[in-house]
Design a protein around this ligand. Structure first.
Ligand SMILES: Nc1ncnc2c1ncn2[C@@H]1O[C@H](COP(=O)(O)OP(=O)(O)OP(=O)(O)O)[C@@H](O)[C@H]1O
Ligand SMILES: [Mg+2]
Length: 341
């Protein structure tokens, strides 16, 4: 029944051309009725169809996939990507945990999770060795989605971790002793490469890098890739950059398509076919404590995250990671660092 032409087609074009969602949103801030014969109306209809099939057809990974969402550049869409992919994977029927590893606590806010100073949080897990199960909260409205929140305490953790035993692997240890069955853990990193991000890189197998389609998009990325190499070499041999996601793509600008081309030529198959459009709906959702998937399931932003999640789920099955294999793994990442500062 489900065909790529139907669902993935219009939203997964790497250069979506004149399909300008923001134009549609300027005209109307409501999801148009399903029969509306406009680009956004059609996208909405496809999204509703896709969401209607949520939970069907997608393979669940044999083992928990721990995906680190990292980019030390600020404001590129790490948190937005973490929460919306997590919600999408849960809607696809998976059990998903979001670990908020950013003292800003944006992922916790976006998921509507209480994270005032007294709430048990990931800080207690990292610094006081509290079991992860004691801080995890279920996310309302999305079955199968959970969050380990960050509170403001986490701001001090970078410094406090320095003097602790096994300071780089405290999150890894906490995840290993977490006994609830999970299909995915997504870790939202802060915009830095300090000990919090290192803890995430040690705990995960996969790195997902959101790249904003803007000038300077690749600048500084070399440093992140070198850190991934270092952590792989010394602490976590399974770590590899599995996924690049283009965010805030504005099909009306030539710059966006140039950046997309450049990223694709550097990273090849790691780049998801689906790119995330710049969308008012995506940016509005967190202020309601919601992901775009529940805030406006018919919007093109929701559809694109839903499709990106589908690609990630299928990719995990198609290309099981093999460190001796040069495609999609460590060696490939290293070779693609060339030319990136
Ligand atoms: N596709 C999108 N369309 C429109 N706005 C977006 C989109 N993705 C993210 N934003 C907005 O851009 C801003 C930065 O996004 P986000 O917080 O996800 O980035 P980040 O990389 O997590 O930032 P930080 O480095 O501060 O943690 C937010 O205001 C968010 O709502
Ligand atoms: Mg963030």
């Amino acid at each position: 029944m489900r065909s790529d032409a139907n669902i993935a087609g219009p939203m997964t074009d790497p250069v979506p051309g004149p399909r300008t969602e923001s134009m549609g949103e300027d005209v109307s801030r409501e999801t148009p009725p399903p029969m509306d014969d406009t680009p956004i109306g059609r996208a909405a209809q496809l999204a509703v169809e896709a969401l209607g099939r949520a939970g069907e057809g997608l393979p669940r990974p044999e083992q928990t996939r721990v995906i680190v969402v990292a980019n030390q550049k600020g404001g590129v869409g790490k948190t937005t990507t973490t929460v919306n992919l997590a919600a999408s994977l849960a809607l696809h029927g998976g059990r998903v945990l979001v670990i908020d590893l950013d003292p800003q606590g944006n992922a916790s806010t976006a998921l509507g999770i209480d994270h005032h100073a007294e709430v048990p949080s990931i800080y207690d897990v990292l610094i006081d060795s509290k079991p992860l199960s004691e801080v995890v909260q279920p996310v309302q409205d999305v079955e199968g989605l959970f969050c380990a929140p960050a509170t403001i305490d986490l701001a001090g953790a970078e410094i406090e971790l320095v003097s602790l035993v096994a300071r780089e692997s405290r999150l890894q240890r906490a995840i290993k002793s977490y006994e609830q069955p999970l299909d995915y853990i997504l870790i939202d990193c802060p915009p830095s490469l300090g000990l919090l991000t290192v803890n995430a890189l040690v705990a995960g197998q996969e790195v997902l890098i959101p790249i904003q389609c803007e000038y300077y998009a690749l600048e500084g990325l070399g440093q992140l890739l070198r850190n991934v190499d270092l952590v792989r070499g010394h602490l976590n041999p399974a770590l590899h950059v599995s996924t690049i996601l283009l965010t805030m793509y504005d099909g009306r600008t030539r710059l966006a398509s140039q950046v997309a081309d450049e990223v694709r030529s550097h990273f090849g198959d790691e780049v998801l076919r689906t790119s995330i459009p710049r969308s008012v709906r995506i940016s509005e959702a967190p202020s309601y404590g919601q992901t775009v998937l529940t805030y406006d399931p018919g919007s093109s932003g929701a559809l694109s995250y839903f499709e990106a999640a589908r690609e990630i789920a299928l990719k995990g099955v198609d290309v099981a990671y093999d460190p001796t294999h040069t495609h999609g793994g460590a060696q490939n990442n290293t070779s693609t660092v060339e030319g990136i500062q």
